[in-house]
Design a protein around this ligand. Structure first.
Ligand code: F0G
Length: 462
Protein backbone atom coordinates (compact mmCIF):
# COMPACT_ATOMS: atom_id res chain seq x y z
CA UNK A 1 0.00 0.00 0.00
CA UNK A 2 1.29 3.49 -0.86
CA UNK A 3 2.14 5.75 2.06
CA UNK A 4 -0.85 8.02 2.58
CA UNK A 5 1.32 10.78 4.03
CA UNK A 6 3.02 11.12 0.60
CA UNK A 7 0.17 10.30 -1.79
CA UNK A 8 -3.22 12.01 -1.79
CA UNK A 9 -6.54 11.10 -3.44
CA UNK A 10 -6.23 9.76 -7.03
CA UNK A 11 -8.88 12.24 -8.26
CA UNK A 12 -9.62 15.94 -8.11
CA UNK A 13 -12.87 17.75 -7.39
CA UNK A 14 -14.84 19.32 -10.25
CA UNK A 15 -18.22 19.95 -8.60
CA UNK A 16 -18.79 20.87 -4.96
CA UNK A 17 -21.82 20.72 -2.72
CA UNK A 18 -22.28 23.25 0.07
CA UNK A 19 -22.48 21.98 3.64
CA UNK A 20 -24.16 23.77 6.54
CA UNK A 21 -22.05 24.53 9.59
CA UNK A 22 -24.65 24.39 12.35
CA UNK A 23 -23.86 25.40 15.93
CA UNK A 24 -24.04 23.16 18.96
CA UNK A 25 -27.14 24.78 20.49
CA UNK A 26 -29.08 24.27 17.26
CA UNK A 27 -27.98 20.64 17.07
CA UNK A 28 -29.03 20.03 20.70
CA UNK A 29 -32.45 21.34 19.81
CA UNK A 30 -32.77 19.46 16.51
CA UNK A 31 -31.86 16.07 17.99
CA UNK A 32 -34.29 16.55 20.87
CA UNK A 33 -37.06 17.49 18.44
CA UNK A 34 -36.56 14.26 16.47
CA UNK A 35 -36.65 11.96 19.50
CA UNK A 36 -32.87 11.37 19.64
CA UNK A 37 -32.93 9.35 16.44
CA UNK A 38 -30.57 10.57 13.71
CA UNK A 39 -32.71 8.92 10.98
CA UNK A 40 -35.32 11.61 11.69
CA UNK A 41 -32.94 14.53 11.08
CA UNK A 42 -33.03 16.64 7.94
CA UNK A 43 -29.83 15.89 5.99
CA UNK A 44 -29.10 19.60 5.70
CA UNK A 45 -28.79 19.80 9.49
CA UNK A 46 -25.88 17.31 9.31
CA UNK A 47 -22.30 18.42 8.66
CA UNK A 48 -20.51 15.12 7.93
CA UNK A 49 -22.98 12.41 6.96
CA UNK A 50 -21.64 8.94 7.72
CA UNK A 51 -25.07 7.31 8.11
CA UNK A 52 -24.28 5.04 5.16
CA UNK A 53 -21.96 4.44 2.24
CA UNK A 54 -24.95 3.45 0.11
CA UNK A 55 -26.18 5.50 -2.83
CA UNK A 56 -24.16 8.55 -1.80
CA UNK A 57 -20.99 8.10 -3.88
CA UNK A 58 -19.67 10.91 -6.05
CA UNK A 59 -19.92 9.77 -9.66
CA UNK A 60 -17.06 10.46 -12.06
CA UNK A 61 -17.00 12.66 -15.16
CA UNK A 62 -16.91 9.40 -17.12
CA UNK A 63 -20.10 8.17 -15.45
CA UNK A 64 -21.87 11.50 -15.94
CA UNK A 65 -20.85 11.47 -19.59
CA UNK A 66 -22.34 7.97 -19.82
CA UNK A 67 -25.59 9.25 -18.34
CA UNK A 68 -25.98 11.43 -21.44
CA UNK A 69 -25.73 8.29 -23.55
CA UNK A 70 -28.78 6.75 -21.87
CA UNK A 71 -30.95 4.90 -24.36
CA UNK A 72 -34.44 5.17 -22.92
CA UNK A 73 -36.08 2.58 -25.17
CA UNK A 74 -38.49 0.34 -23.29
CA UNK A 75 -36.94 -2.87 -24.61
CA UNK A 76 -33.39 -3.73 -25.63
CA UNK A 77 -31.66 -0.45 -24.74
CA UNK A 78 -27.97 -0.43 -25.52
CA UNK A 79 -27.01 0.37 -21.91
CA UNK A 80 -28.40 -2.98 -20.75
CA UNK A 81 -25.93 -4.73 -23.03
CA UNK A 82 -23.07 -2.61 -21.69
CA UNK A 83 -24.07 -3.62 -18.16
CA UNK A 84 -24.49 -7.28 -19.08
CA UNK A 85 -21.08 -7.31 -20.78
CA UNK A 86 -19.43 -5.70 -17.72
CA UNK A 87 -20.98 -8.29 -15.39
CA UNK A 88 -19.99 -11.16 -17.68
CA UNK A 89 -16.45 -9.78 -17.77
CA UNK A 90 -15.97 -9.06 -14.05
CA UNK A 91 -18.28 -11.61 -12.42
CA UNK A 92 -18.24 -14.34 -15.07
CA UNK A 93 -22.04 -14.60 -14.75
CA UNK A 94 -23.95 -14.92 -18.02
CA UNK A 95 -27.50 -13.98 -17.08
CA UNK A 96 -28.23 -10.50 -15.74
CA UNK A 97 -31.50 -9.23 -14.21
CA UNK A 98 -31.40 -5.49 -13.39
CA UNK A 99 -33.39 -4.25 -10.38
CA UNK A 100 -33.93 -0.84 -8.80
CA UNK A 101 -31.67 -1.62 -5.81
CA UNK A 102 -30.19 -4.44 -3.72
CA UNK A 103 -33.24 -5.41 -1.70
CA UNK A 104 -35.26 -5.69 -4.90
CA UNK A 105 -32.64 -8.13 -6.18
CA UNK A 106 -33.09 -10.09 -2.93
CA UNK A 107 -36.84 -10.21 -3.52
CA UNK A 108 -36.34 -11.55 -7.05
CA UNK A 109 -33.82 -14.17 -5.89
CA UNK A 110 -35.89 -15.40 -2.92
CA UNK A 111 -38.96 -15.77 -5.14
CA UNK A 112 -36.96 -17.49 -7.85
CA UNK A 113 -35.51 -20.01 -5.39
CA UNK A 114 -38.92 -20.35 -3.74
CA UNK A 115 -37.74 -19.74 -0.18
CA UNK A 116 -40.55 -20.92 2.10
CA UNK A 117 -41.74 -21.61 5.60
CA UNK A 118 -39.57 -23.87 7.71
CA UNK A 119 -36.45 -23.40 5.57
CA UNK A 120 -33.12 -21.98 6.71
CA UNK A 121 -30.91 -19.64 4.70
CA UNK A 122 -27.31 -19.94 5.86
CA UNK A 123 -24.72 -17.19 5.58
CA UNK A 124 -21.94 -15.34 7.37
CA UNK A 125 -24.16 -12.42 8.50
CA UNK A 126 -27.24 -11.54 6.53
CA UNK A 127 -27.85 -7.84 5.97
CA UNK A 128 -31.10 -6.46 7.53
CA UNK A 129 -33.13 -6.46 4.32
CA UNK A 130 -31.92 -9.95 3.40
CA UNK A 131 -32.99 -11.11 6.83
CA UNK A 132 -36.32 -9.32 6.31
CA UNK A 133 -36.96 -11.14 3.02
CA UNK A 134 -36.15 -14.51 4.60
CA UNK A 135 -38.39 -13.86 7.63
CA UNK A 136 -41.20 -12.57 5.42
CA UNK A 137 -41.34 -16.00 3.79
CA UNK A 138 -41.48 -17.77 7.15
CA UNK A 139 -37.91 -19.04 6.78
CA UNK A 140 -35.06 -18.55 9.25
CA UNK A 141 -31.90 -16.54 8.61
CA UNK A 142 -28.90 -18.33 10.14
CA UNK A 143 -25.67 -16.39 10.71
CA UNK A 144 -22.54 -18.55 10.85
CA UNK A 145 -19.76 -15.95 11.01
CA UNK A 146 -16.56 -17.11 12.75
CA UNK A 147 -16.37 -16.39 16.47
CA UNK A 148 -13.63 -13.76 16.20
CA UNK A 149 -15.90 -11.82 13.85
CA UNK A 150 -18.02 -10.82 16.84
CA UNK A 151 -15.14 -9.85 19.13
CA UNK A 152 -13.87 -6.32 18.43
CA UNK A 153 -10.73 -6.92 20.51
CA UNK A 154 -9.37 -9.78 18.36
CA UNK A 155 -7.32 -8.80 15.29
CA UNK A 156 -7.79 -11.27 12.46
CA UNK A 157 -7.49 -10.72 8.69
CA UNK A 158 -10.79 -12.31 7.61
CA UNK A 159 -13.40 -11.72 10.27
CA UNK A 160 -16.20 -12.17 7.72
CA UNK A 161 -15.44 -15.88 7.20
CA UNK A 162 -18.07 -18.57 7.66
CA UNK A 163 -17.47 -21.09 10.46
CA UNK A 164 -17.07 -24.28 8.42
CA UNK A 165 -17.81 -26.64 11.30
CA UNK A 166 -21.10 -24.93 12.03
CA UNK A 167 -21.91 -24.92 8.31
CA UNK A 168 -21.38 -28.68 8.08
CA UNK A 169 -23.39 -29.25 11.25
CA UNK A 170 -26.32 -27.21 9.90
CA UNK A 171 -26.28 -29.07 6.60
CA UNK A 172 -26.05 -32.42 8.38
CA UNK A 173 -29.00 -31.58 10.62
CA UNK A 174 -31.34 -29.92 8.08
CA UNK A 175 -30.19 -31.13 4.65
CA UNK A 176 -30.78 -29.89 1.15
CA UNK A 177 -34.60 -29.82 1.40
CA UNK A 178 -34.57 -27.27 4.22
CA UNK A 179 -31.61 -25.21 2.99
CA UNK A 180 -32.49 -23.52 -0.32
CA UNK A 181 -29.10 -21.79 -0.63
CA UNK A 182 -26.06 -20.43 1.17
CA UNK A 183 -25.42 -16.67 0.90
CA UNK A 184 -21.91 -15.26 1.34
CA UNK A 185 -21.96 -11.51 2.00
CA UNK A 186 -18.77 -9.87 0.73
CA UNK A 187 -17.64 -7.89 2.61
CA UNK A 188 -19.61 -8.75 5.74
CA UNK A 189 -21.34 -5.43 6.46
CA UNK A 190 -22.83 -6.02 9.91
CA UNK A 191 -19.59 -6.72 11.77
CA UNK A 192 -17.49 -3.98 10.21
CA UNK A 193 -17.16 -4.53 6.47
CA UNK A 194 -15.00 -7.51 7.34
CA UNK A 195 -13.68 -9.55 4.41
CA UNK A 196 -14.12 -13.22 3.55
CA UNK A 197 -11.00 -15.05 2.36
CA UNK A 198 -10.78 -16.88 -0.95
CA UNK A 199 -9.95 -20.12 0.84
CA UNK A 200 -13.06 -19.79 3.02
CA UNK A 201 -15.23 -19.08 -0.03
CA UNK A 202 -13.77 -22.11 -1.81
CA UNK A 203 -14.39 -24.34 1.21
CA UNK A 204 -17.98 -23.09 1.70
CA UNK A 205 -18.65 -23.71 -1.98
CA UNK A 206 -17.20 -27.25 -1.82
CA UNK A 207 -19.23 -28.16 1.25
CA UNK A 208 -22.52 -26.71 -0.02
CA UNK A 209 -22.16 -28.04 -3.55
CA UNK A 210 -21.23 -31.52 -2.33
CA UNK A 211 -24.71 -31.59 -0.77
CA UNK A 212 -26.42 -30.13 -3.83
CA UNK A 213 -27.00 -26.73 -2.19
CA UNK A 214 -26.40 -23.66 -4.38
CA UNK A 215 -24.15 -20.79 -3.29
CA UNK A 216 -24.93 -17.15 -3.93
CA UNK A 217 -23.06 -13.96 -3.10
CA UNK A 218 -24.38 -10.70 -1.71
CA UNK A 219 -21.91 -8.57 -3.64
CA UNK A 220 -22.66 -5.01 -2.46
CA UNK A 221 -18.98 -4.54 -1.47
CA UNK A 222 -17.29 -7.29 -3.49
CA UNK A 223 -14.51 -5.06 -4.88
CA UNK A 224 -13.45 -4.06 -1.37
CA UNK A 225 -13.43 -7.76 -0.46
CA UNK A 226 -11.18 -8.50 -3.47
CA UNK A 227 -8.79 -5.76 -2.36
CA UNK A 228 -8.44 -7.42 1.05
CA UNK A 229 -7.78 -10.79 -0.59
CA UNK A 230 -5.05 -9.17 -2.69
CA UNK A 231 -3.42 -7.45 0.27
CA UNK A 232 -3.99 -10.04 3.03
CA UNK A 233 -4.14 -13.53 1.47
CA UNK A 234 -1.05 -15.37 0.31
CA UNK A 235 -0.89 -16.10 -3.40
CA UNK A 236 -3.02 -13.18 -4.52
CA UNK A 237 -0.58 -10.28 -4.19
CA UNK A 238 0.24 -10.23 -7.92
CA UNK A 239 -3.27 -10.79 -9.20
CA UNK A 240 -5.47 -7.96 -10.45
CA UNK A 241 -8.74 -7.15 -8.67
CA UNK A 242 -10.61 -8.41 -11.73
CA UNK A 243 -8.75 -11.74 -11.70
CA UNK A 244 -9.57 -12.11 -8.01
CA UNK A 245 -13.25 -11.26 -8.64
CA UNK A 246 -13.36 -13.80 -11.49
CA UNK A 247 -12.03 -16.55 -9.25
CA UNK A 248 -14.21 -15.59 -6.27
CA UNK A 249 -17.44 -15.64 -8.29
CA UNK A 250 -16.48 -18.88 -10.03
CA UNK A 251 -17.24 -20.63 -6.70
CA UNK A 252 -20.86 -19.44 -6.70
CA UNK A 253 -23.98 -19.96 -8.78
CA UNK A 254 -24.98 -16.33 -8.90
CA UNK A 255 -25.38 -13.15 -6.91
CA UNK A 256 -27.44 -10.21 -5.81
CA UNK A 257 -25.93 -6.75 -5.92
CA UNK A 258 -26.72 -3.38 -4.47
CA UNK A 259 -24.95 -1.20 -7.04
CA UNK A 260 -25.23 1.71 -4.60
CA UNK A 261 -21.96 0.63 -3.02
CA UNK A 262 -19.11 -0.77 -5.12
CA UNK A 263 -20.62 0.19 -8.48
CA UNK A 264 -20.31 3.85 -7.43
CA UNK A 265 -23.83 4.95 -8.34
CA UNK A 266 -26.75 6.52 -6.50
CA UNK A 267 -29.35 3.87 -7.38
CA UNK A 268 -29.49 0.40 -8.91
CA UNK A 269 -28.94 -3.29 -8.42
CA UNK A 270 -29.11 -6.65 -10.14
CA UNK A 271 -29.35 -10.41 -9.81
CA UNK A 272 -27.01 -12.51 -11.92
CA UNK A 273 -26.81 -16.25 -12.58
CA UNK A 274 -23.70 -18.04 -13.72
CA UNK A 275 -25.22 -20.46 -16.23
CA UNK A 276 -28.67 -21.60 -15.12
CA UNK A 277 -30.97 -20.40 -17.87
CA UNK A 278 -34.09 -21.88 -16.26
CA UNK A 279 -33.53 -19.91 -13.06
CA UNK A 280 -32.89 -16.82 -15.15
CA UNK A 281 -36.18 -17.16 -17.03
CA UNK A 282 -38.01 -17.68 -13.74
CA UNK A 283 -36.32 -14.60 -12.26
CA UNK A 284 -37.37 -12.54 -15.29
CA UNK A 285 -41.03 -13.36 -14.60
CA UNK A 286 -40.69 -11.95 -11.10
CA UNK A 287 -38.62 -9.04 -12.34
CA UNK A 288 -41.31 -8.07 -14.85
CA UNK A 289 -43.97 -8.04 -12.10
CA UNK A 290 -41.99 -6.13 -9.49
CA UNK A 291 -39.30 -4.19 -11.33
CA UNK A 292 -39.77 -3.83 -15.05
CA UNK A 293 -38.95 -5.43 -18.39
CA UNK A 294 -35.86 -7.63 -18.53
CA UNK A 295 -33.60 -5.01 -20.06
CA UNK A 296 -34.29 -2.19 -17.60
CA UNK A 297 -35.58 -3.62 -14.30
CA UNK A 298 -36.85 -0.40 -12.72
CA UNK A 299 -33.95 1.75 -13.87
CA UNK A 300 -33.50 4.33 -16.61
CA UNK A 301 -31.12 3.51 -19.45
CA UNK A 302 -28.80 6.22 -18.12
CA UNK A 303 -28.69 4.51 -14.72
CA UNK A 304 -27.68 1.22 -16.35
CA UNK A 305 -24.85 3.01 -18.14
CA UNK A 306 -23.60 4.62 -14.92
CA UNK A 307 -23.52 1.18 -13.26
CA UNK A 308 -21.69 -0.42 -16.21
CA UNK A 309 -19.00 2.28 -16.04
CA UNK A 310 -18.97 2.38 -12.23
CA UNK A 311 -18.30 -1.36 -12.01
CA UNK A 312 -15.01 -0.83 -13.84
CA UNK A 313 -14.04 2.22 -11.78
CA UNK A 314 -14.82 0.29 -8.60
CA UNK A 315 -12.21 -2.37 -9.36
CA UNK A 316 -9.38 0.05 -10.21
CA UNK A 317 -6.52 -0.66 -7.84
CA UNK A 318 -5.60 3.00 -7.24
CA UNK A 319 -9.17 3.83 -6.35
CA UNK A 320 -9.48 0.90 -3.93
CA UNK A 321 -6.13 1.60 -2.32
CA UNK A 322 -7.23 5.17 -1.60
CA UNK A 323 -10.67 4.08 -0.44
CA UNK A 324 -9.52 1.38 1.97
CA UNK A 325 -6.59 3.62 2.93
CA UNK A 326 -8.98 6.35 4.04
CA UNK A 327 -10.89 3.94 6.28
CA UNK A 328 -7.59 2.73 7.79
CA UNK A 329 -6.45 6.36 8.23
CA UNK A 330 -9.59 7.16 10.21
CA UNK A 331 -9.35 3.91 12.17
CA UNK A 332 -5.70 4.43 13.14
CA UNK A 333 -6.43 7.94 14.41
CA UNK A 334 -9.39 6.66 16.42
CA UNK A 335 -7.23 3.99 18.05
CA UNK A 336 -4.57 6.64 18.87
CA UNK A 337 -7.33 8.70 20.49
CA UNK A 338 -8.32 5.75 22.69
CA UNK A 339 -11.54 4.94 20.85
CA UNK A 340 -12.40 1.20 20.94
CA UNK A 341 -13.16 0.06 17.37
CA UNK A 342 -13.54 -3.18 15.42
CA UNK A 343 -10.01 -4.11 14.30
CA UNK A 344 -8.52 -4.39 11.82
CA UNK A 345 -10.65 -1.81 10.04
CA UNK A 346 -12.79 -3.19 7.23
CA UNK A 347 -13.90 -1.91 3.87
CA UNK A 348 -16.52 0.78 4.22
CA UNK A 349 -16.27 2.42 7.61
CA UNK A 350 -15.26 2.11 11.20
CA UNK A 351 -17.34 0.45 13.87
CA UNK A 352 -17.03 1.97 17.35
CA UNK A 353 -17.69 -0.48 20.19
CA UNK A 354 -20.04 1.49 22.44
CA UNK A 355 -20.05 -1.19 25.14
CA UNK A 356 -16.31 -0.73 25.59
CA UNK A 357 -16.55 3.08 25.36
CA UNK A 358 -19.47 3.71 27.71
CA UNK A 359 -18.72 1.08 30.34
CA UNK A 360 -21.14 2.81 32.73
CA UNK A 361 -24.16 2.28 30.44
CA UNK A 362 -25.92 -1.12 30.41
CA UNK A 363 -27.25 -2.29 27.03
CA UNK A 364 -30.78 -1.57 28.29
CA UNK A 365 -29.84 2.13 28.13
CA UNK A 366 -28.84 1.96 24.44
CA UNK A 367 -25.15 2.92 24.63
CA UNK A 368 -24.63 2.86 20.84
CA UNK A 369 -27.71 5.00 20.24
CA UNK A 370 -26.43 7.40 22.93
CA UNK A 371 -23.16 7.66 21.01
CA UNK A 372 -24.92 8.55 17.74
CA UNK A 373 -26.61 11.38 19.65
CA UNK A 374 -23.31 12.63 21.11
CA UNK A 375 -21.57 12.52 17.70
CA UNK A 376 -24.29 14.69 16.24
CA UNK A 377 -24.36 17.19 19.10
CA UNK A 378 -20.59 17.41 19.38
CA UNK A 379 -19.65 17.75 15.71
CA UNK A 380 -22.70 17.48 13.45
CA UNK A 381 -21.49 13.98 12.52
CA UNK A 382 -24.18 11.42 11.68
CA UNK A 383 -23.40 7.73 12.21
CA UNK A 384 -25.75 4.80 12.57
CA UNK A 385 -26.57 2.59 15.54
CA UNK A 386 -25.94 -1.11 15.02
CA UNK A 387 -26.72 -2.30 18.51
CA UNK A 388 -29.66 -2.85 20.84
CA UNK A 389 -32.08 -0.63 18.93
CA UNK A 390 -31.35 -2.21 15.53
CA UNK A 391 -30.81 -5.81 16.59
CA UNK A 392 -32.22 -6.28 20.10
CA UNK A 393 -35.63 -7.89 20.47
CA UNK A 394 -38.05 -9.36 22.97
CA UNK A 395 -38.38 -13.14 22.96
CA UNK A 396 -42.04 -13.77 22.05
CA UNK A 397 -42.20 -16.87 24.27
CA UNK A 398 -40.37 -15.76 27.42
CA UNK A 399 -40.80 -11.98 27.16
CA UNK A 400 -37.09 -11.68 27.89
CA UNK A 401 -35.11 -8.92 26.12
CA UNK A 402 -32.38 -10.44 23.93
CA UNK A 403 -29.38 -8.15 23.46
CA UNK A 404 -27.10 -8.39 20.42
CA UNK A 405 -23.46 -9.33 20.89
CA UNK A 406 -22.19 -6.28 19.02
CA UNK A 407 -23.18 -2.83 20.31
CA UNK A 408 -21.60 -0.58 17.70
CA UNK A 409 -21.90 2.75 15.98
CA UNK A 410 -20.94 2.53 12.32
CA UNK A 411 -19.32 5.52 10.68
CA UNK A 412 -19.74 4.54 7.03
CA UNK A 413 -17.66 6.53 4.56
CA UNK A 414 -19.29 7.50 1.25
CA UNK A 415 -17.06 6.82 -1.77
CA UNK A 416 -15.02 9.73 -3.22
CA UNK A 417 -17.03 12.26 -1.15
CA UNK A 418 -15.07 13.38 1.91
CA UNK A 419 -11.39 14.27 2.25
CA UNK A 420 -8.99 13.28 5.01
CA UNK A 421 -9.61 16.74 6.55
CA UNK A 422 -13.19 15.66 7.13
CA UNK A 423 -11.86 12.46 8.72
CA UNK A 424 -9.64 14.57 11.02
CA UNK A 425 -12.69 16.52 12.10
CA UNK A 426 -14.53 13.29 12.92
CA UNK A 427 -11.58 12.21 15.09
CA UNK A 428 -11.58 15.55 16.93
CA UNK A 429 -15.30 15.11 17.59
CA UNK A 430 -14.68 11.66 19.06
CA UNK A 431 -11.78 12.95 21.19
CA UNK A 432 -14.11 15.48 22.80
CA UNK A 433 -16.64 12.76 23.53
CA UNK A 434 -13.98 10.45 25.00
CA UNK A 435 -12.88 13.26 27.32
CA UNK A 436 -16.36 13.47 28.88
CA UNK A 437 -17.49 9.89 28.29
CA UNK A 438 -18.39 9.10 31.90
CA UNK A 439 -20.96 11.90 31.94
CA UNK A 440 -22.85 10.69 28.85
CA UNK A 441 -26.38 9.64 29.74
CA UNK A 442 -28.28 6.65 28.41
CA UNK A 443 -31.62 6.69 26.61
CA UNK A 444 -35.11 5.38 27.19
CA UNK A 445 -37.18 4.07 24.28
CA UNK A 446 -40.55 5.87 24.12
CA UNK A 447 -41.82 4.73 20.70
CA UNK A 448 -41.06 1.66 18.63
CA UNK A 449 -42.60 0.21 15.45
CA UNK A 450 -43.27 -3.54 15.36
CA UNK A 451 -40.57 -4.21 12.71
CA UNK A 452 -37.26 -2.50 11.85
CA UNK A 453 -37.77 -0.19 14.80
CA UNK A 454 -34.43 1.63 14.46
CA UNK A 455 -35.65 3.68 11.51
CA UNK A 456 -38.51 5.34 13.40
CA UNK A 457 -37.84 4.81 17.13
CA UNK A 458 -38.03 7.78 19.49
CA UNK A 459 -36.13 8.19 22.73
CA UNK A 460 -35.87 10.38 25.83
CA UNK A 461 -32.65 11.08 27.68
CA UNK A 462 -32.31 9.42 31.09
N1 F0G B 1 -26.77 -6.25 1.15
C1 F0G B 1 -25.88 -5.56 1.89
C2 F0G B 1 -24.65 -6.24 2.38
C3 F0G B 1 -26.12 -4.22 2.19
O1 F0G B 1 -25.24 -3.56 2.93
C4 F0G B 1 -27.30 -3.60 1.70
C5 F0G B 1 -27.59 -2.20 2.00
C6 F0G B 1 -28.18 -4.37 0.92
C7 F0G B 1 -27.89 -5.69 0.67
C8 F0G B 1 -29.47 -3.78 0.39
O2 F0G B 1 -29.22 -2.98 -0.70
O3 F0G B 1 -29.94 -0.70 0.04
O4 F0G B 1 -29.57 -1.25 -2.38
O5 F0G B 1 -31.51 -2.15 -1.19
N2 F0G B 1 -26.96 -1.53 2.84
C9 F0G B 1 -27.11 -0.13 3.17
C10 F0G B 1 -26.27 0.18 4.39
C11 F0G B 1 -28.49 0.38 3.25
O6 F0G B 1 -26.37 1.31 4.90
O7 F0G B 1 -25.46 -0.66 4.82
P1 F0G B 1 -30.10 -1.69 -1.06
Amino acid sequence: MRDRSIYAEPYRIKVVEKLNLTDRATREQRIKEVGYNVFNLKAEDVYIDLLTDSGCAAMSDNQWAGMMMGDESYAGCRNFYHLRDAIQDIFGYNYVVPTHQGRAAENVLMNTLNVKEGQRVLGNMHFDTTEGHILLRGAKPVNLVVKEGLDTTVKAPFKGNIDLERLEAEIKEYGKELIPFVLITVTCNNNGGQPVSMSNIRAVSDIAHSHGIPVFFDTARYAENCYFIKTREKGYENKSIKEIANEMFSYGDGCTMSSKKDALVNIGGFVAFKDNEDLYEKAVQIQICFEGFRTYGGLAGRDLEAIARGLYEGIEYDYLEDRIGQIAYLGDKMVEAGVPIQQPTGGHGIFIDAKRLFTHLPQSEFPAQALTVELYIEGGVRGVELGTCAFGHTDPETGEVIYPELECVRLAIPRRVYTDRHMDMVVETMKNIVARKDTVRGLKLVYEAPVMRHFTARFERL
